[in-house]
Design a protein around this ligand. Sequence first.
Ligand code: SF4
Length: 100
Amino acid sequence: MFAELQQDEDELQRFRDLARCNDGVGSMVGLFFSEQLDDIARAKAICAKCPVREECFEGAVARREPWGVWGGQLFLNGKVLAFKRKRGRPPKNPQAQQIA
Ligand code: SF4
């Protein structure tokens, strides 16, 4: 039993050491749980080069993460969102806005 717990703790520490979002002080928490599209894109870019990305993603799916970027994907209520829209209504006539 103790050996299993120690193995789990060692594995968790290995994960923490490799996670690109872990700077030891939590300075990236806001980025990974932001609603801003540019923040979400930056978080996904950080994940793209993370050596534990697959483990992170699988864990997030298993835990049904309610929100945030995990393993390079944006989660909402335990599901992956293919894309996130900007807040507010879409423009009625986007071409007219480009001309103005
Ligand atoms: S995949 Fe992204 S969220 Fe997961 S540990 Fe790596 S940087 Fe952090």
